[in-house]
Design a protein around this ligand. Structure first.
Ligand SMILES: [Zn+2]
Ligand SMILES: [Zn+2]
Length: 284
């Protein structure tokens, strides 16, 4: 596992033994990778050269039933639906980590099914409909509150309110050691750290608190919708501290520090530095 050195996310070379297949999708040329994390828990990762970030759909299976966390875009959702249908599996439940189009626009592919989202989803839902009207947006029938739980066969999911990136962020504890964290931490197509992004309705203080909450959980695996997953406590803690550092430096100086001074590592270690400009507008 020497290829793990210096990397905060498991590189492709270390994951290959778990990879079930790699398919080139003809429709949008996204590379698709399906990975088994533990029994009955799979990640479908989509890497499109033209997309800003990689996307992940998380799938839990119990017999002929599936529960998804996030649906990404309709093209990716269609791919997951087809793969599950070929195994005689249908999607019954969708959990939305937050209501941004890159996480929810695939919902329409699976309806009718039971959709759960954070109780403060409405603000982002309205933004999606205005800013990216080309998709069909489905409203959740079930609103998630902090501390709620949901049984799905052998899985006992627990939800924690985690605002900051968006006003409706939800952390899902899949097991005691595996946690889905929405966009609190993002990784790029090159497995590099992506700068935090404070979307409309999000805020610095909430983002920092949500990362502190995640740190207390001490997960061994975090599932990140952009980047697949980050493994082992040390790597995860490093990524959390890295994001908290940026958010605290930027907000405490009210944006007066140059970006390199807000970063824990050298600026060359980060992707999507352009997010900083948007983040600064959230300070005021
Ligand atoms: Zn987002
Ligand atoms: Zn996202």
């Amino acid at each position: 596992m020497e290829c793990l050195e210096g990397h905060s996310i498991t590189p492709a070379c270390a994951r290959s033994e778990l990879d079930l297949k790699v398919i080139i999708m003809s429709r949008n040329k996204a590379k698709t990778k399906k990975t088994k994390v533990i029994e009955n828990l799979y990640l479908y990762e989509f890497i499109d050269e033209d997309a800003i970030l990689p996307d992940t759909i998380t799938v839990m299976v119990q017999g002929s039933r599936a529960l998804l966390i996030d649906t990404a875009y309709p093209e990716y959702a269609e791919h997951v639906k087809k793969d599950l249908e070929e195994q005689g599996i249908s999607v019954e439940i969708i959990i939305l980590s937050h209501y941004h189009s890159d996480h929810v626009s695939g919902c329409a592919v699976f309806t009718p099914c039971e959709i759960y989202a954070g109780e403060h989803f409405e603000h982002s839902y309205n933004n999606c409909r205005i800013w990216e009207p080309g998709y069909t947006y489905v409203k959740p029938q079930h609103l998630i509150k902090d501390g709620d739980s949901l049984s799905f066969g052998d899985f006992e999911l627990e939800f924690l309110y985690a605002p900051g990136h968006s006003p409706c962020g939800v952390i899902t504890k899949i097991t005691e050691r595996i946690v889905h964290i929405g966009d609190l931490i993002m990784m790029s197509k090159n497995n590099r750290a992506v700068l935090p992004f404070i979307a409309d309705g999000g805020n610095f203080a909430g983002h920092i608190q949500s990362l502190e909450l995640l740190k207390k959980i001490e997960p061994e695996i975090v599932v990140v919708p952009h980047g697949g997953r980050i493994e082992n406590k040390e790597n995860i803690e490093k990524e959390i501290e890295d994001r908290i550092y940026y958010l605290e430096q930027t907000s405490s100086a009210m944006g007066t520090l140059p970006l390199p001074a807000c970063l824990k590592e050298n600026i060359s270690a980060y992707d999507h530095l352009e997010f900083h400009d948007t983040n600064l507008t959230r300070l005021f």
